[in-house]
Design a protein. Structure first.
Length: 283
């Protein structure tokens, strides 16, 4: 590591999901802002570290004469920004991605997550696939909020809360994200891990009807796999977790129209299928 990029005082050190991260820089005001944003960066919980051991380091290098900030990850420059807010938003994302990639005993899936009557529902999808819109509509109707970014699944196939603020597009324009606390939408936030009862493979298509078909376990895994973060780092563990999760879940696939219009039909479908599955288990 270059001498001018070594983590040095003041340094932020924390651990989230078993991933130890140090953040340093030559710009104390920026580090103070990052410190305040830690609950937003690691909404699933974190603890501060006192020792010098860390797995990943970030360094924010301010260049006042050029009016810019450079971001280094493990001594490699990954981006630069002139706008402080854009810098912080980018760093938030990079820190969460690092946690997702290297989490211990957890698999992170790019997905929205809600709980409907104690049943966890995950909605895998890429950015701009509409999963946040779906999550927002679910929680407006009483669902418990777990995440709009990552489904965090443990080795028992249960999903944990990762309750970052909901980043909703379409308020300013189709590209700008506006953050809302789940409480702003009247939502409670999930606390306990829940088994995944349903996996919804869906994306928005204008005027599309909700016409789902159920997938088999293997088909469901193949749908979820492209949205799973640590596949390359620990493929055996990842596949084990996905298999356990999918084998216990109803996996439904369909395109859909506007979330607020389709949600009543979708909720009826969910409750019907969940009740049917529970009846089969009792039999």
């Amino acid at each position: 590591m270059h001498d001018d990029l070594r983590p040095a005082s003041p340094t932020i050190k924390f651990e989230a999901f078993g991933v130890r991260i140090a953040i340093a820089g030559n710009c104390p005001p920026i580090l103070e802002l990052i410190e305040k944003r830690l609950p937003k960066i690691a909404p699933g919980g974190f603890k501060r570290l006192r020792n010098e051991n860390f797995d990943h380091s970030f360094f924010i290098k301010e260049k006042p004469n050029e009016n810019l900030f450079e971001i280094y990850k493990n001594s490699e420059k990954i981006e630069w920004w002139k706008d402080k807010e854009r810098l912080l938003e980018y760093l938030d994302s990079q820190l969460r991605i690092t946690i997702a990639e290297f989490a211990v005993s957890k698999v992170f899936i790019h997905a929205g997550v809600v709980a409907w009557k104690e049943n966890a529902i995950i909605i895998p999808g890429n950015s701009r696939s509409g999963k946040t819109t779906m999550v927002a509509e679910f929680i407006k109707r009483g669902a418990i909020y777990y995440s709009d970014e990552y489904a965090v699944v443990d080795d028992k196939g249960c999903v944990h809360a990762f309750p970052k603020m909901l980043s909703i597009r379409g308020i300013v324009d189709d590209f700008t994200q506006v953050d809302f606390a789940p409480e702003d939408l009247g939502a409670a936030v999930g606390i306990k891990p829940l088994p995944v009862k349903m996996i919804l493979i869906t994306q928005f298509e204008e005027n599309a009807a909700w016409n789902p078909w159920k997938l088999k376990t293997g088909e469901g895994i193949m749908e979820v796999l492209p949205h799973t973060i640590p596949t390359r780092l620990n493929p055996a563990f990842t596949l084990k977790v996905l298999s356990l999760m999918a084998s216990r879940a109803i996996i439904a696939k369909s395109v859909r129209g506007e979330a607020k219009l389709i949600l009543p039909v979708l909720i009826d479908y969910l409750e019907t299928e969940i009740n049917k599955a529970d009846s089969e288990i009792r039999i």
